[in-house]
Design a protein. Sequence first.
Lengths: 672, 250
Amino acid sequence: MSTLDGKVPHGQPLKDTWTTYKDKVNLVNPANKRNIDIIVVGTGLAGGSAAATLAEQGYNVKAFCYQDSPRRAHSIAAQGGINAAKNYQGDGDSTYRLFYDTVKGGDYRSREANVHRLAEVSTNIIDQCVAQGVPFARDYGGLLDNRSFGGVLVSRTFYAKGQTGQQLLLGAYSAMNRQIARGKIQMFNRHEMLDLVIVDGKARGIIARNLITGEIERHSAHAVVLGTGGYGNVFFLSTNAMGSNTSAAWKAHRRGSYFANPCYTQIHPTCIPRSGDYQSKLTLMSESLRNDGRIWVPARIEDVEAVRNRKLKPTDIPVEHRDYYLERRYPAFGNLVPRDVASRAAKERCDAGFGVNATGEAVYLDFASAIVRYGKEQALLKGESDATDARIKELGKDIVKAKYGNLFDMYKQIADENPYETPMMIYPAVHYTMGGLWVDYNLMTTVEGCYAIGEANFSDHGANRLGASALMQGLADGYFVLPYTIGGYLSNDIRTGKISTETPEFEAAEKEVKERLEGLVNNKGTRSVDYYHKALGIIMWEKCGMSRNEKGLKEAIEEIGALREDFWKNVSVPGGAYELNPQLEKAGRVADFLELGELFAKDALDRNESCGGHFREESVEVGGPQDGEALRDDENYAYVSAWEYTGKPSDAVLHKEQLDFKDIKLTQRSYK
Amino acid sequence: MDNMNLTLKIWRQKGANDKGKMVDYNVADISEHMSFLEMMDVLNEQLVNTGEEPVAFDHDCREGICGSCSMFINGEAHGPVKGTTTCQLHMRSFNDGDTIYIEPFRAKAFPVLKDLVVDRSSFDRIQHSGGFISVNTSGNTQDANATPIPKHDADLAMDAAACIGCGACVATCKNSSAMLFVGAKVSQYALLPQGKVEAKDRAQNMVAQMDAEGFGNCTNTGACEVECPKGISLSNIARMNREFLSGSMG
């Protein structure tokens, strides 16, 4: 084990660190930029914004995405909004406050200097996006509107209806299009990175597969940037897109990039529950719903049976037979406890047998009280002092519709129930992964010249991410951080010249990729790729999910290892290696998840504390007002776990980056 | 409702240059709660287990926002339910014993690559020709609130920007016209002060590229608006024509 250096510049106050860095970092002159190639893999908010900005600066960019267009990257599905410390509402927001909220929300497991930089550039993002034509919501005076979001005391979230991610991504896509037209970005749609090529210790290219023809291609560059997203699909069911995968990041890991904090996973409390074994993915309902919805399950087990068999309607259960468990357990925060706390509490009730749907994995999110509350207020405002109950409900529904109409419509479309009349059913689902490739302050991984940005890296959200911060980080990295930091590295490459792909390193990597693909299609086993993906998902969810313990994690390591072995013996992949073959694409991704899952469990086993999204049953408060709640252990675990690949994932070697908090005092989170 | 047994008639085509044909499949025990694509997953799992090649189709987010999924179901883009992408279509819209026809989005500018997968890169090339505002990433553009934008304009721009680029408009149109898609982008920018500067050139360039890709013209049938899963309004085509004409006249 060694200690890792995050390369944060020292010698000035935290608030001046980024400015000082920018003043001193080496630049590449415009003429030389024309001789430097950069590969960007992934075209979501991070990859797309990075590709566009690097190309604008004059570098030759090759951008890759597995989708048929860069506009379809999964950033597009983000609903709620993007944070920025603009303080347009004059409610006391500041760069420091956004920085503080993010570090605290991350349960003190992020790197202070990176988070401060994120908060600093947040305001530039909004300026940039408006200049690009992103249609953010506005008020009647024509100025930008804000909403407030989970766990903070100010309104700093900018939004575009419930489609903020879509609009920001289309903004980055438009910036890319301008550079594609100029020939500064060469775009490779329907291409998947299958290996990272290292020459003389530096990342110098990738092996990619053309997903239409199946052809294996060599691409060289002076640096490789991975904006390839998170690994939530290791759980099979998640709110990620079907194609979201860890393969590019995992290949970089196998080639020497350390993987940091893989066990930090965000499990979002308000998703539409699974309806059966055929379920292919889960859909999130924005957490803003918890502002007005009350969460409950029946208090009596006989009522649970009755609602499951549809012999009893939830609306017919009297209030005294309902268990509003969040209000019961957390009187101070009630239904607005942070995501991790709300998720665990739902699991606790369902594990105890109180889940309200056929699968036993659902709780109610009920708007009836809010409808009456708003209705009464409206009746008063309209001078209808003698309004009937029906009239009050009608008035209340209008308000709820104005606030959440699009979410209610989406729920109705999927669940086929009307949430204005009957409570929604919700259950937690895997949503975001805070862990990722370890990067230093420059966003470079432990492989020289290989960078990771956005959800693919680990640095800014610690053990838990706050709402509306993922979009902020993706665009911060791509538009405003990486384009500076990468110049410092590339300034040493101005005399290198074009990197050849006709070298033994490229040849060896290509050969390995081809052998693996051919191995998969020639295996002719008996089980489908999905069989393995689902089996892995069950192990992950049961043993590495919302709560974890030593016994379960040790079993998970064994079981995943055995499943991986079985996969390589018995998987069946129809079709050929060199043609359009979606099953083969999936097989490669699942093979990598079968390795990552094992490292995930090992990391969770090593971290014998509860922090953020990582809850160890062995590390809880005993006695006192916090009895049973998560217990963080700053003395022993205030570090980043960065794992070095050595072959078998469970034999990975741990390196630690000690986290040093200079500007913030560590405190216990309490929501009682 | 009890689970359903269905007959599927699906377009199978080995590759871009091969001849395709409709092939019959049966699926049993389909739950009404399944999404249409989950029903396709069941079919594909069945095909893999019997050693046959599964049906290739584009899909990704399965939340109705990425625009990947693109099936023509019983003669309608994204199937029978209005305002819905294929991935958000649920089997409760069908009945036990139904025969369902599943074809790719068809248009000259969307060649079939395999089975139900088509090449929509012509849409990207139209965007390259002008689907942007020429602003560099500097981090010191003017403050976001320096130019107020009337809420009405901002809302209309957002409505136009909601296009997911799926191509249902093209697949539905008897002329395979892409004018709803192009009109939506031209309108979004023309409605905002930041985009006005280049509005005329943008309309000229994007329309020229649209024609070069082999999309047809608009004859105002309005089918595109009806089938658009995001309800993009026909008025965007009118706005594009206005920008185009004023550009043509200098």
